[in-house]
Design a protein. Structure first.
Length: 208
């Protein structure tokens, strides 16, 4: 692979090692992080000296920071070594203790708002893959932002009572009062919200 003539890039910015079922991505730079960018979903930052596996993504990009904020992108196709869902050798999704919770019945309003909150994470990649704001969720569902905030707050408190940490100010490690990221990550990582749920959202108000 040839990078542009850019002194801002490390000579050996990263390495890719093909494993049995994925690609190991290692940041070889001493100072600069690199980004693993899936086709949809939030970026995965790999700090200098650290490494990460490409799972569960068979296709992804590596993004390096060049001079003047320019992004240098390397597209990687790991489909030959990454089993897709349902294929022999595919592992079921793993869940950390932060994402494990007993079954919880959601109301239709809660499910729709969760879907609208997570929609950008499910359909966008890179910097655009962030949870929707309360105003954006409200516009998507024809509701006032204050109503959206109240519904999602009640849901967060309910989930916190079911053992999901980081969703209220009383939780250890909660250093802010904007819990959209924590709630959206929980919903996506546990499969509570998937791209299928986006089909229930009203047409014509969101970006697909």
């Amino acid at each position: 692979m040839r990078f542009p003539d850019d002194e801002h890039l490390s000579r050996r910015a990263g390495s890719l090692v093909v494993l049995d079922d994925c690609v190991l991505i290692r940041n070889e730079s001493r100072q600069k992080p690199l980004v693993v960018r899936p086709p949809a979903g939030e970026d995965r930052v790999v700090e200098p000296g650290a490494a990460t596996a490409s799972l569960p993504f068979p296709l992804f990009s590596l993004v390096f920071a060049g001079a003047a904020g320019a992004a240098v992108t390397v597209n990687v196709d790991a489909r030959a070594v990454t089993p897709g869902p349902g294929q022999p050798g595919a592992e079921p999704p793993t869940a950390s203790p932060e994402t494990v919770t007993p079954p919880l019945a959601l109301t239709r309003a809660q499910r729709l708002m969760l879907a609208a909150l997570c929609e950008p994470l499910l359909v966008r990649a890179g910097p655009g893959a962030v949870p929707a704001t309360y105003a954006q969720v409200g516009a998507r569902l024809d509701r006032q932002p204050g109503y959206v905030r109240n519904v999602l707050k009640a849901l967060r408190e309910n989930l916190s009572g079911h053992g999901v940490p980081g969703l209220t100010s009383d939780d250890d490690g909660a250093a802010h009062d904007d819990f959209r990221w924590a709630l959206a990550r929980w919903a996506v990582r546990t499969g509570t919200v998937t791209s299928v749920d986006l089909e229930d959202l009203p047409e014509g108000r969101g970006e697909r």
